[in-house]
Design a protein around this ligand. Sequence first.
Ligand code: NAD
Ligand code: UDP
Ligand code: UDP
Length: 328
Amino acid sequence: MHKGEFKHLTTKKILITGGSGFIGSHLCEQLLSQGYEIICCDNFYTGQKQNIYHLLNNPKFELLRHDITFPLYLEVDEIYNLACPASPIHYQFDPVQTLKTCVHGSINMLGLAKRVKAKIFQASTSEVYGDPEIHPQPETYWGKVNPIGPRSCYDEGKRCAETLFFDYHRQHKLEIKVGRIFNTYGPRMHPNDGRVVSNFILQALQNKPLTVYGKGEQTRSFCYVDDLVKAIIKFMNTPSDITGPINLGNPAEISILELAETIITLTNSRSKIEFKPLPENDPTRRKPDISLAQKILNWQPTTSLEKGLMQTIEYFEDYLKKVAQKIN
Ligand code: NAD
Ligand code: UDP
Ligand code: UDP
Protein backbone atom coordinates (compact mmCIF):
# COMPACT_ATOMS: atom_id res chain seq x y z
CA MET A 1 0.00 0.00 0.00
CA HIS A 2 1.48 3.41 -0.87
CA LYS A 3 1.36 6.42 1.47
CA GLY A 4 -1.57 8.25 -0.14
CA GLU A 5 -3.87 5.27 0.32
CA PHE A 6 -2.75 4.81 3.91
CA LYS A 7 -3.51 8.45 4.77
CA HIS A 8 -7.01 8.06 3.41
CA LEU A 9 -7.56 4.92 5.49
CA THR A 10 -6.43 6.46 8.76
CA THR A 11 -8.53 9.60 8.43
CA LYS A 12 -11.80 8.07 7.31
CA LYS A 13 -14.58 9.06 9.77
CA ILE A 14 -17.28 6.50 10.32
CA LEU A 15 -20.60 7.00 12.10
CA ILE A 16 -22.10 3.90 13.70
CA THR A 17 -25.64 4.39 15.00
CA GLY A 18 -26.61 1.85 17.63
CA GLY A 19 -22.88 1.49 18.24
CA SER A 20 -23.20 0.53 21.90
CA GLY A 21 -25.55 -2.35 21.14
CA PHE A 22 -24.66 -5.98 20.67
CA ILE A 23 -23.65 -5.99 16.97
CA GLY A 24 -22.71 -2.28 16.93
CA SER A 25 -20.07 -2.65 19.66
CA HIS A 26 -18.34 -5.45 17.74
CA LEU A 27 -18.45 -3.33 14.59
CA CYS A 28 -16.93 -0.34 16.46
CA GLU A 29 -14.14 -2.60 17.73
CA GLN A 30 -13.44 -4.11 14.33
CA LEU A 31 -13.34 -0.77 12.47
CA LEU A 32 -11.20 0.86 15.18
CA SER A 33 -8.72 -1.99 14.84
CA GLN A 34 -8.51 -1.12 11.13
CA GLY A 35 -7.43 2.45 12.00
CA TYR A 36 -10.62 4.41 11.29
CA GLU A 37 -12.11 7.20 13.38
CA ILE A 38 -15.39 6.10 14.90
CA ILE A 39 -18.31 8.15 16.09
CA CYS A 40 -20.60 5.88 18.05
CA CYS A 41 -24.10 7.33 18.29
CA ASP A 42 -26.54 5.73 20.70
CA ASN A 43 -29.44 6.78 22.93
CA PHE A 44 -28.85 3.76 25.23
CA TYR A 45 -32.39 2.54 24.73
CA THR A 46 -31.20 -1.09 24.65
CA GLY A 47 -27.45 -0.59 24.34
CA GLN A 48 -25.24 -1.14 27.36
CA LYS A 49 -22.46 1.26 28.26
CA GLN A 50 -20.23 -1.61 29.37
CA ASN A 51 -20.23 -2.85 25.75
CA ILE A 52 -18.04 0.09 24.78
CA TYR A 53 -16.29 1.00 28.08
CA HIS A 54 -13.06 -0.55 26.84
CA LEU A 55 -13.08 1.74 23.77
CA LEU A 56 -13.59 5.05 25.58
CA ASN A 57 -9.87 5.73 26.07
CA ASN A 58 -9.09 5.23 22.41
CA PRO A 59 -8.50 8.71 20.89
CA LYS A 60 -10.11 7.55 17.64
CA PHE A 61 -13.35 6.67 19.41
CA GLU A 62 -16.04 9.22 20.19
CA LEU A 63 -19.30 8.49 21.99
CA LEU A 64 -22.36 10.58 21.22
CA ARG A 65 -25.59 10.21 23.20
CA HIS A 66 -28.24 10.99 20.64
CA ASP A 67 -31.60 9.67 19.46
CA ILE A 68 -31.59 9.35 15.67
CA THR A 69 -35.28 10.22 15.45
CA PHE A 70 -33.94 13.77 15.83
CA PRO A 71 -31.73 15.43 13.18
CA LEU A 72 -27.97 15.04 13.46
CA TYR A 73 -25.39 17.25 11.78
CA LEU A 74 -21.88 15.79 11.47
CA GLU A 75 -19.15 15.42 8.86
CA VAL A 76 -18.50 11.73 8.13
CA ASP A 77 -17.43 9.52 5.21
CA GLU A 78 -19.50 6.43 5.99
CA ILE A 79 -22.57 5.61 8.06
CA TYR A 80 -23.58 2.23 9.46
CA ASN A 81 -27.21 2.57 10.57
CA LEU A 82 -27.76 -0.08 13.24
CA ALA A 83 -29.85 1.91 15.73
CA CYS A 84 -33.06 0.02 16.50
CA PRO A 85 -34.19 -2.25 19.31
CA ALA A 86 -33.79 -5.74 17.87
CA SER A 87 -35.43 -8.25 20.18
CA PRO A 88 -39.21 -8.76 20.29
CA ILE A 89 -39.41 -7.81 24.01
CA HIS A 90 -37.60 -4.54 23.40
CA TYR A 91 -39.17 -3.50 20.11
CA GLN A 92 -42.67 -4.29 21.39
CA PHE A 93 -42.15 -2.35 24.63
CA ASP A 94 -42.62 0.98 22.79
CA PRO A 95 -43.78 0.10 19.28
CA VAL A 96 -44.28 3.71 18.23
CA GLN A 97 -40.68 4.56 19.16
CA THR A 98 -39.54 1.47 17.21
CA LEU A 99 -41.34 2.74 14.12
CA LYS A 100 -40.01 6.26 14.63
CA THR A 101 -36.47 4.91 14.86
CA CYS A 102 -36.90 2.86 11.68
CA VAL A 103 -38.65 5.59 9.68
CA HIS A 104 -37.71 9.04 11.08
CA GLY A 105 -34.31 7.72 12.13
CA SER A 106 -33.59 6.38 8.65
CA ILE A 107 -34.78 9.62 7.03
CA ASN A 108 -32.41 11.61 9.23
CA MET A 109 -29.46 9.33 8.53
CA LEU A 110 -30.25 9.38 4.80
CA GLY A 111 -30.54 13.17 4.91
CA LEU A 112 -27.15 13.31 6.62
CA ALA A 113 -25.63 10.91 4.08
CA LYS A 114 -27.09 13.00 1.25
CA ARG A 115 -25.68 16.26 2.63
CA VAL A 116 -22.14 14.96 3.21
CA LYS A 117 -22.14 12.44 0.31
CA ALA A 118 -21.41 9.51 2.61
CA LYS A 119 -22.18 5.92 1.75
CA ILE A 120 -24.65 4.34 4.11
CA PHE A 121 -25.30 0.77 5.31
CA GLN A 122 -28.71 -0.21 6.64
CA ALA A 123 -29.06 -3.04 9.14
CA SER A 124 -32.21 -4.61 7.75
CA THR A 125 -33.49 -7.94 8.89
CA SER A 126 -34.77 -11.36 7.91
CA GLU A 127 -38.02 -10.18 9.53
CA VAL A 128 -38.82 -8.37 6.26
CA TYR A 129 -39.69 -11.88 5.00
CA GLY A 130 -42.20 -12.27 7.88
CA ASP A 131 -43.45 -15.85 8.21
CA PRO A 132 -42.00 -16.97 4.87
CA GLU A 133 -43.67 -19.40 2.46
CA ILE A 134 -40.41 -20.38 0.75
CA HIS A 135 -37.23 -21.86 2.18
CA PRO A 136 -34.49 -20.82 2.25
CA GLN A 137 -35.33 -17.19 1.57
CA PRO A 138 -33.63 -15.52 -1.40
CA GLU A 139 -33.46 -11.72 -1.64
CA THR A 140 -35.99 -11.79 -4.48
CA TYR A 141 -38.74 -13.08 -2.15
CA TRP A 142 -41.09 -10.22 -1.11
CA GLY A 143 -42.17 -11.75 2.19
CA LYS A 144 -45.36 -12.51 4.08
CA VAL A 145 -45.79 -9.91 6.77
CA ASN A 146 -48.78 -9.06 8.94
CA PRO A 147 -49.09 -5.24 8.78
CA ILE A 148 -51.10 -4.88 12.03
CA GLY A 149 -49.73 -7.52 14.43
CA PRO A 150 -47.50 -7.17 17.49
CA ARG A 151 -44.32 -7.68 15.43
CA SER A 152 -45.38 -5.22 12.70
CA CYS A 153 -43.71 -2.16 14.24
CA TYR A 154 -40.38 -3.84 13.61
CA ASP A 155 -41.12 -5.81 10.42
CA GLU A 156 -42.96 -3.01 8.64
CA GLY A 157 -40.62 -0.38 10.09
CA LYS A 158 -37.62 -2.19 8.61
CA ARG A 159 -39.46 -2.70 5.31
CA CYS A 160 -40.26 1.02 5.14
CA ALA A 161 -36.60 1.78 5.93
CA GLU A 162 -35.55 -0.38 2.96
CA THR A 163 -38.00 1.55 0.75
CA LEU A 164 -36.52 4.84 1.96
CA PHE A 165 -32.98 3.63 1.25
CA PHE A 166 -33.89 2.62 -2.31
CA ASP A 167 -35.83 5.84 -2.95
CA TYR A 168 -32.92 7.99 -1.74
CA HIS A 169 -30.69 5.88 -3.97
CA ARG A 170 -32.92 6.32 -7.06
CA GLN A 171 -33.95 9.92 -6.40
CA HIS A 172 -30.79 11.41 -4.86
CA LYS A 173 -28.14 8.97 -6.18
CA LEU A 174 -27.07 7.99 -2.66
CA GLU A 175 -24.63 5.12 -2.32
CA ILE A 176 -26.55 2.56 -0.22
CA LYS A 177 -25.84 -0.93 1.15
CA VAL A 178 -28.84 -2.83 2.51
CA GLY A 179 -27.98 -5.98 4.48
CA ARG A 180 -30.73 -8.32 5.69
CA ILE A 181 -29.33 -9.74 8.90
CA PHE A 182 -30.52 -13.13 10.14
CA ASN A 183 -30.41 -14.30 13.78
CA THR A 184 -27.04 -13.39 15.22
CA TYR A 185 -25.56 -14.39 18.57
CA GLY A 186 -22.39 -13.97 20.58
CA PRO A 187 -20.81 -12.15 23.53
CA ARG A 188 -22.58 -8.89 24.57
CA MET A 189 -26.05 -10.10 23.68
CA HIS A 190 -28.38 -8.39 26.10
CA PRO A 191 -29.00 -10.74 29.06
CA ASN A 192 -32.68 -9.78 29.48
CA ASP A 193 -33.94 -9.27 25.97
CA GLY A 194 -35.53 -12.70 25.77
CA ARG A 195 -33.65 -13.91 22.72
CA VAL A 196 -33.36 -17.62 22.55
CA VAL A 197 -29.56 -18.07 22.71
CA SER A 198 -29.07 -15.74 25.70
CA ASN A 199 -32.17 -17.13 27.47
CA PHE A 200 -31.09 -20.77 27.07
CA ILE A 201 -27.45 -20.14 28.07
CA LEU A 202 -28.40 -18.17 31.19
CA GLN A 203 -31.00 -20.78 32.15
CA ALA A 204 -28.56 -23.66 31.59
CA LEU A 205 -25.74 -22.00 33.54
CA GLN A 206 -28.10 -21.58 36.50
CA ASN A 207 -29.53 -25.12 36.17
CA LYS A 208 -32.97 -23.62 35.59
CA PRO A 209 -35.44 -25.15 33.09
CA LEU A 210 -34.88 -24.12 29.45
CA THR A 211 -38.09 -22.45 28.22
CA VAL A 212 -38.88 -23.90 24.78
CA TYR A 213 -41.83 -22.10 23.16
CA GLY A 214 -44.32 -24.33 21.34
CA LYS A 215 -42.97 -27.80 20.59
CA GLY A 216 -39.57 -26.40 19.68
CA GLU A 217 -39.99 -27.62 16.10
CA GLN A 218 -39.60 -24.11 14.69
CA THR A 219 -36.17 -23.52 13.17
CA ARG A 220 -33.68 -20.68 13.09
CA SER A 221 -30.19 -20.31 11.57
CA PHE A 222 -27.71 -18.69 13.92
CA CYS A 223 -24.72 -16.64 12.79
CA TYR A 224 -21.80 -15.86 15.09
CA VAL A 225 -21.32 -12.10 15.51
CA ASP A 226 -17.68 -12.00 14.29
CA ASP A 227 -18.69 -13.65 11.02
CA LEU A 228 -21.55 -11.18 10.58
CA VAL A 229 -19.41 -8.10 11.27
CA LYS A 230 -16.86 -9.26 8.66
CA ALA A 231 -19.68 -9.51 6.10
CA ILE A 232 -21.03 -6.05 6.93
CA ILE A 233 -17.60 -4.44 6.46
CA LYS A 234 -16.96 -6.35 3.23
CA PHE A 235 -20.35 -5.20 1.95
CA MET A 236 -19.60 -1.54 2.77
CA ASN A 237 -16.43 -1.83 0.68
CA THR A 238 -18.10 -3.17 -2.47
CA PRO A 239 -18.30 -1.02 -5.64
CA SER A 240 -20.99 1.69 -5.68
CA ASP A 241 -23.36 -0.23 -7.97
CA ILE A 242 -23.76 -2.95 -5.31
CA THR A 243 -26.75 -1.85 -3.24
CA GLY A 244 -28.17 -5.15 -2.00
CA PRO A 245 -30.40 -6.19 -0.44
CA ILE A 246 -28.06 -9.01 0.52
CA ASN A 247 -28.87 -11.71 3.07
CA LEU A 248 -26.26 -11.91 5.80
CA GLY A 249 -26.45 -14.95 8.03
CA ASN A 250 -25.54 -18.54 8.54
CA PRO A 251 -27.57 -21.09 6.59
CA ALA A 252 -27.00 -23.89 9.13
CA GLU A 253 -30.59 -24.49 10.29
CA ILE A 254 -31.44 -25.97 13.69
CA SER A 255 -34.71 -26.55 15.56
CA ILE A 256 -35.18 -24.70 18.82
CA LEU A 257 -35.45 -28.01 20.68
CA GLU A 258 -32.12 -29.19 19.25
CA LEU A 259 -30.58 -25.85 20.23
CA ALA A 260 -31.80 -26.34 23.81
CA GLU A 261 -30.29 -29.83 23.94
CA THR A 262 -26.98 -28.61 22.49
CA ILE A 263 -26.71 -25.83 25.08
CA ILE A 264 -27.51 -28.23 27.95
CA THR A 265 -24.69 -30.51 26.72
CA LEU A 266 -22.13 -27.72 26.18
CA THR A 267 -22.74 -26.24 29.65
CA ASN A 268 -22.84 -29.66 31.42
CA SER A 269 -26.09 -28.44 32.90
CA ARG A 270 -28.62 -30.33 35.01
CA SER A 271 -31.43 -28.25 33.45
CA LYS A 272 -34.56 -29.88 32.06
CA ILE A 273 -36.70 -28.57 29.21
CA GLU A 274 -40.00 -26.78 29.94
CA PHE A 275 -42.50 -26.20 27.12
CA LYS A 276 -44.28 -22.80 27.05
CA PRO A 277 -46.89 -21.32 24.67
CA LEU A 278 -45.66 -20.18 21.26
CA PRO A 279 -45.79 -16.35 20.84
CA GLU A 280 -48.15 -14.88 18.22
CA ASN A 281 -46.76 -14.64 14.64
CA ASP A 282 -43.62 -16.60 15.59
CA PRO A 283 -42.08 -17.65 12.24
CA THR A 284 -41.99 -21.45 11.85
CA ARG A 285 -38.84 -21.63 9.74
CA ARG A 286 -36.03 -19.26 8.96
CA LYS A 287 -32.92 -19.96 6.91
CA PRO A 288 -31.06 -17.54 4.66
CA ASP A 289 -30.10 -18.26 1.08
CA ILE A 290 -26.63 -16.69 1.13
CA SER A 291 -25.59 -17.45 -2.46
CA LEU A 292 -25.58 -13.72 -3.26
CA ALA A 293 -23.30 -12.91 -0.29
CA GLN A 294 -21.01 -15.80 -1.28
CA LYS A 295 -20.80 -14.52 -4.85
CA ILE A 296 -20.64 -10.75 -4.31
CA LEU A 297 -18.80 -10.55 -0.99
CA ASN A 298 -16.81 -13.75 -1.36
CA TRP A 299 -17.95 -14.42 2.20
CA GLN A 300 -19.48 -17.19 4.21
CA PRO A 301 -19.62 -17.86 7.94
CA THR A 302 -16.71 -19.89 9.28
CA THR A 303 -17.54 -20.24 13.00
CA SER A 304 -19.27 -23.51 13.93
CA LEU A 305 -22.31 -23.32 16.22
CA GLU A 306 -20.44 -25.24 18.96
CA LYS A 307 -17.47 -22.87 18.86
CA GLY A 308 -19.62 -19.74 18.78
CA LEU A 309 -21.82 -21.04 21.58
CA MET A 310 -18.77 -21.82 23.73
CA GLN A 311 -17.53 -18.21 23.35
CA THR A 312 -20.99 -16.94 24.27
CA ILE A 313 -21.23 -19.33 27.23
CA GLU A 314 -17.88 -18.01 28.54
CA TYR A 315 -19.18 -14.45 28.23
CA PHE A 316 -22.34 -15.23 30.21
CA GLU A 317 -20.37 -17.21 32.85
CA ASP A 318 -18.33 -14.09 33.40
CA TYR A 319 -21.47 -11.95 33.45
CA LEU A 320 -23.09 -14.16 36.13
CA LYS A 321 -19.91 -13.98 38.24
CA LYS A 322 -20.01 -10.17 38.08
CA VAL A 323 -23.71 -10.13 39.05
CA ALA A 324 -22.98 -12.44 42.01
CA GLN A 325 -20.08 -10.22 43.15
CA LYS A 326 -22.37 -7.17 43.12
CA ILE A 327 -24.98 -8.97 45.23
CA ASN A 328 -22.50 -10.34 47.81
P1 NAD B 1 -29.20 -3.94 20.18
O1 NAD B 1 -30.53 -3.64 20.78
O2 NAD B 1 -28.17 -4.58 21.03
O3 NAD B 1 -28.58 -2.63 19.53
C1 NAD B 1 -29.35 -1.58 19.02
C2 NAD B 1 -28.74 -0.29 19.50
O4 NAD B 1 -29.48 0.81 18.96
C3 NAD B 1 -28.78 -0.13 21.03
O5 NAD B 1 -27.52 0.25 21.50
C4 NAD B 1 -29.83 0.96 21.25
O6 NAD B 1 -29.62 1.69 22.44
C5 NAD B 1 -29.67 1.78 19.98
N1 NAD B 1 -30.85 2.56 19.62
C6 NAD B 1 -32.14 2.15 19.56
N2 NAD B 1 -32.93 3.15 19.16
C7 NAD B 1 -32.13 4.23 18.96
C8 NAD B 1 -32.37 5.56 18.55
N3 NAD B 1 -33.60 6.00 18.26
N4 NAD B 1 -31.30 6.40 18.46
C9 NAD B 1 -30.04 5.98 18.76
N5 NAD B 1 -29.77 4.72 19.16
C10 NAD B 1 -30.81 3.85 19.26
O7 NAD B 1 -29.48 -4.84 18.88
P2 NAD B 1 -28.48 -5.61 17.91
O8 NAD B 1 -28.80 -7.04 18.04
O9 NAD B 1 -27.10 -5.15 18.09
O10 NAD B 1 -29.03 -5.12 16.50
C11 NAD B 1 -28.39 -4.08 15.76
C12 NAD B 1 -29.13 -3.89 14.45
O11 NAD B 1 -29.12 -5.09 13.69
C13 NAD B 1 -30.59 -3.48 14.62
O12 NAD B 1 -30.93 -2.52 13.66
C14 NAD B 1 -31.34 -4.76 14.36
O13 NAD B 1 -32.62 -4.51 13.86
C15 NAD B 1 -30.44 -5.45 13.34
N6 NAD B 1 -30.61 -6.91 13.37
C16 NAD B 1 -30.14 -7.65 14.42
C17 NAD B 1 -30.32 -9.03 14.42
C18 NAD B 1 -29.83 -9.91 15.54
O14 NAD B 1 -30.01 -11.13 15.49
N7 NAD B 1 -29.17 -9.39 16.55
C19 NAD B 1 -31.01 -9.64 13.36
C20 NAD B 1 -31.49 -8.84 12.34
C21 NAD B 1 -31.27 -7.48 12.33
N1 UDP C 1 -30.81 15.77 8.28
C1 UDP C 1 -29.95 15.49 9.33
N2 UDP C 1 -28.63 15.78 9.17
C2 UDP C 1 -28.12 16.32 8.04
C3 UDP C 1 -29.00 16.57 6.97
C4 UDP C 1 -30.35 16.30 7.12
O1 UDP C 1 -30.35 15.01 10.39
O2 UDP C 1 -26.91 16.54 7.99
C5 UDP C 1 -32.23 15.46 8.44
C6 UDP C 1 -33.10 16.67 8.24
O3 UDP C 1 -33.59 17.08 9.49
C7 UDP C 1 -34.23 16.18 7.36
C8 UDP C 1 -33.90 14.74 7.03
O4 UDP C 1 -32.57 14.54 7.44
O5 UDP C 1 -35.44 16.16 8.06
C9 UDP C 1 -34.01 14.43 5.56
O6 UDP C 1 -33.14 15.26 4.85
P1 UDP C 1 -33.41 15.61 3.31
O7 UDP C 1 -32.34 16.53 2.87
O8 UDP C 1 -33.61 14.38 2.55
O9 UDP C 1 -34.84 16.27 3.36
P2 UDP C 1 -35.31 17.76 3.57
O10 UDP C 1 -34.34 18.44 4.49
O11 UDP C 1 -35.31 18.33 2.22
O12 UDP C 1 -36.66 17.58 4.17
N1 UDP D 1 -37.70 -19.05 21.93
C1 UDP D 1 -37.85 -20.08 22.82
N2 UDP D 1 -37.53 -19.87 24.12
C2 UDP D 1 -37.04 -18.69 24.58
C3 UDP D 1 -36.86 -17.63 23.66
C4 UDP D 1 -37.21 -17.84 22.33
O1 UDP D 1 -38.29 -21.19 22.44
O2 UDP D 1 -36.76 -18.58 25.78
C5 UDP D 1 -38.01 -19.28 20.49
C6 UDP D 1 -38.91 -18.24 19.85
O3 UDP D 1 -40.26 -18.57 20.02
C7 UDP D 1 -38.49 -18.32 18.39
C8 UDP D 1 -37.00 -18.68 18.46
O4 UDP D 1 -36.79 -19.22 19.78
O5 UDP D 1 -39.17 -19.36 17.74
C9 UDP D 1 -36.07 -17.49 18.23
O6 UDP D 1 -36.48 -16.44 19.09
P1 UDP D 1 -35.71 -15.06 19.20
O7 UDP D 1 -36.57 -14.14 20.02
O8 UDP D 1 -34.33 -15.30 19.65
O9 UDP D 1 -35.60 -14.54 17.70
P2 UDP D 1 -36.68 -14.33 16.52
O10 UDP D 1 -38.02 -14.87 16.92
O11 UDP D 1 -36.70 -12.87 16.31
O12 UDP D 1 -36.09 -15.10 15.41
